[in-house]
Write a protein that binds this ligand. Structure first.
Ligand code: DGL
Length: 295
């Protein structure tokens, strides 16, 4: 069923139309599929529109204005397609732009952020590692999280250079990837960490490769289930939860700004969702220039 096309100026839904409207989920690429997995498990009756901005991934090495520009353009695109709420399933986009985008979009937004609070609550050794993108780690929002929740826990913050690119290629276990991960994780183990915050939504897809390196010496903190619960609360507060249905969970509608081949492959192999991906053009101010693909 095609999603209703609504103008961005339509600010509210009413009655049944509201609850039947889809949830928009967006990421710089395929990482947000880890959030989509949790949302489908928590809210099986909700229709979902998923946009991967894979043409412009990784965001983590982009400047802040570029990330905000893309997040806003994709949020507006999803609103035009009738999304009743938007999950910014990207730590980097949330860190750099959620406040600005929230002001401009007429629907509720749910962002994601590295699980510093649960890590500080659960770490026994009081040393925890954080793997996230460079842009997330340098953001004021992330520094604020450390100030608020780190307390007496020492956080070892490691940019995960190369990891997003690997997942975007559907590489979740090659020798090169494992070597990269080992270089990031072994210093954390040597420093006494017992907890690892997966501060990028791409990284839960690397859990098996991470486990092979760290065994059970690190507790992995992935916030996707907490995000799905938060989304459920927000939909409830706005009175726009989908009605319970006996039908199967609807297939998400997948969109990508690149050819979508890897998205289809990752969704099939890791989420067991067989769905076509539609390639879409989502223009934005910063991508109007010919060299905008270069990170
Ligand atoms: N999944 C995004 C995140 O959570 C990856 C950002 C990127 O493209 O570098 O930060």
């Amino acid at each position: 069923m095609p999603a209703p096309s609504l103008s961005p100026t339509v600010r509210t839904f009413t009655g049944g139309a509201a609850s039947r409207a889809p949830i928009g989920i967006f990421d710089s690429g395929l990482g947000g599929l880890s959030v989509l997995r949790a949302v489908r498990a928590q809210l099986p009756d909700e229709a979902i529109l998923y946009v991967a901005d894979s043409l412009y991934a990784p965001y983590g090495e982009r400047d802040d204005d570029f990330i905000a520009d893309r997040t806003l353009a994709i949020g507006e695109w999803l609103v035009e397609r009738g999304a009743k709420a938007l999950v910014v399933a990207c730590n980097t986009a949330t860190a750099q732009s959620i406040a600005l985008v929230r002001e401009k979009l007429p629907i509720p937004l749910i962002g994601v952020e590295p699980g510093i609070k649960p890590a500080a609550l659960q770490s026994k050794s009081r040393v925890a590692g954080v793997l996230a993108t460079q842009a997330t780690l340098r953001s004021a929002r992330f520094q604020g999280l450390l100030e608020r929740y780190a307390a007496d826990c020492r956080f070892l913050c490691q940019p995960g250079h190369g990891l997003v690119q690997a997942v975007e290629r559907c590489d979740v276990g090659s020798a090169e990837l494992r070597a990269l991960l080992r270089g990031y994780l072994e210093p954390m183990l040597d420093a006494g960490a017992d907890t690892l915050v997966l501060g990028c939504t791409h990284y839960p897809f690397l859990d098996a490769a991470i486990r092979d390196i760290v065994g059970d010496r690190l507790m992995l903190i992935d916030t996707s289930v907490a995000i799905a619960r938060q989304l459920e609360r927000v939909l409830g507060q706005h009175g726009v939860r989908a009605a319970t249905s006996v039908a199967d969970t609807p297939l998400p509608l997948f969109y990508s700004t690149d050819d979508g081949i890897h998205q289809q492959q990752l969704a099939a192999t890791l989420l067991h969702i067989d769905a076509a991906v539609e390639q879409v053009l989502i223009p934005s101010r910063r991508t109007a220039t010919p060299d905008s693909r270069a990170a």
